[in-house]
Each structure stands twice: as C-alpha cells, then as structure tokens.
Ligand binder design. Structure first.
Ligand code: ZN
Length: 173
C-alpha cells in the first residue's frame, strides 16, 4: 500500500529544492467532496512533482479517486472514477495569476506550509460530474421499473375485469 501523503508541505520551498512524491489520502477526510458523494472508505491516489520551470515555481501531477454518487435519474449509487492531471504555477496574488502563460493554472500560495489534501480536493472537485447519471446500468434499472409498472397495470386490469358484471356475463355466453 502506498504511504500517506504529508498533510502539509511548504510548496514554494519544495519547488525550489525539487520534490517528487506519491501517496494516498483518505477520501472521507475531504469534507467538500464528502458532501456530494456517497460515504467512502477508500483513498485517493496522487503523484506530485514540485519543481522550477523558468521563472515559475510549479507543482504538477495527477490525482485519482474512485467514488460513488447518486445517479440523478434513478437515485441509485453509481461508480464514478475521478482522474485528473494538473500543472499549476504558484502565484502570490491575482496580478501574477493574470500574467501566467496559458499552459499553467494559477495556484495561490502564501509563505510557509500549504495543505496538500486541499490542493488535491480542489482538483477532484473540478472533474466531478455535475449531473451524474448511469449509462448502461441505469437503463437496465429503468427497464426493470417499467416492467414492474406494466405488470402492476396488467394486474389492475384483471382485477377490474373480475369486478365487471358484463365481463362475467360474457363468460356465461
Ligand atoms: Zn441511474
């Protein structure tokens, strides 16, 4: 099993000295993500690379997490594999962010330590489907539901026929 990621790192310092780490972090600890997914016991997996690129201090990497969300059509849980690659350049203010080349997304940093899990959570939230819906499984589910409704309707029809005196008369003829 991969080691836990450090909770905090000095991003600017790590970018200056260079750092490559891989690790995991409990998904349940990401409170903003936890609000929109089903309860999750798993871990996210991430790879982070801190470095200098020209005059920029960057952090790039990948984060992956397998979660479940409620399907917005049938309300049943559906698996969602979240995965995203990112390349961020550290900025100290909005002005610096605006001057960044388009190959980077800005990452606002302050002096000292930054929260690693929060960065990864931000990235995962960006790729979360807005309206999660089953593809295959959902149509199966809806098909079963339609089947049940049809059976119910047929039963109701038979029930109605039984209570219909003309139907009984017809049987006599
Ligand atoms: Zn569904």
């Amino acid at each position: 099993m991969q080691p836990l990621l450090p909770e905090q790192l000095d991003f600017q310092q790590k970018a200056k000295s260079g750092l490559d780490i891989e690790g995991r972090w409990p998904i349940a600890k990401l409170s903003r993500l936890a609000e929109v997914i089903q309860p999750n016991e798993g871990d996210l997996q991430a790879h982070l690379h801190f470095d200098r690129e020209g005059k920029y201090l960057i952090v790039e990497g990948q984060v992956k997490a397998s979660v479940e969300m409620a399907c917005q059509r049938c309300m049943q849980p559906m698996p969602v594999d979240l995965q995203t690659d990112f390349k961020l350049a550290m900025v100290l203010n909005e002005e610096q962010a605006e001057r960044l080349p388009s190959t980077y997304e800005p990452l606002l940093v302050t002096e000292g330590k930054q929260n690693v899990a929060q960065l990864l959570e931000d990235e995962l939230l960006l790729v979360l489907p807005l309206v999660p819906r089953h593809e295959q499984q959902c149509s199966d589910y809806l098909q079963q539901q339609a089947q049940r409704m049809k059976q119910d309707a047929e039963l109701a029809e038979q029930e109605k026929a039984k209570n219909n005196p003309f139907a009984a008369l017809k049987d006599l003829l």
